[in-house]
Design a protein around this ligand. Structure first.
Ligand SMILES: [Ca+2]
Length: 128
């Protein structure tokens, strides 16, 4: 089943907000991908239930490995949050151009927030 494609009448509300991902991802590299979750006028990252957050090619692949303190990363006056995810678990493939992050709200676990951001992938060493 494709995540989010259910037609069961549940109150899942995808909200697309900003995600600032490390620009170039090497799909076969070990280590962590740093992701900055950006707040905006309609979304405050402090409302996100971090225990439900997942990240990757379709947004459901990797659980949070580590989150940092809230900081205003883009200097717009709203708090942002950096979280790191395991690169290999995130499931990126060469040629991918976007990353997604999904998570529920602390105030309403039925609401799923979806965040997206652009990425580039680096060629895999040693050929295709
Ligand atoms: Ca900010």
């Amino acid at each position: 089943m494709i995540p989010g494609a259910g037609d069961d009448g549940s109150s899942v509300v995808p909200v697309v907000v900003g995600l600032d991902v490390k620009p170039t991802i090497q799909p076969t590299a070990k280590g962590l991908v740093p992701v900055i979750i950006l707040s905006n006028a309609n979304f405050d990252v402090r409302d996100l239930d971090l225990t439900t957050v997942t990240f990757g090619r379709t947004g459901t692949e990797a659980p949070v490995a580590k989150c940092f303190k809230f900081q205003d990363a883009n200097k717009d006056g709203r708090p942002d949050l950096r979280c790191d995810f395991q690169n290999l678990t995130s499931g990126f493939q060469v040629g991918d151009t976007g990353a997604l992050l999904k998570g529920s709200l602390l105030s309403d676990s039925d609401v799923t927030v979806t965040l997206g951001g652009p990425i580039r992938t680096a060629p895999v060493k040693g050929g295709k």
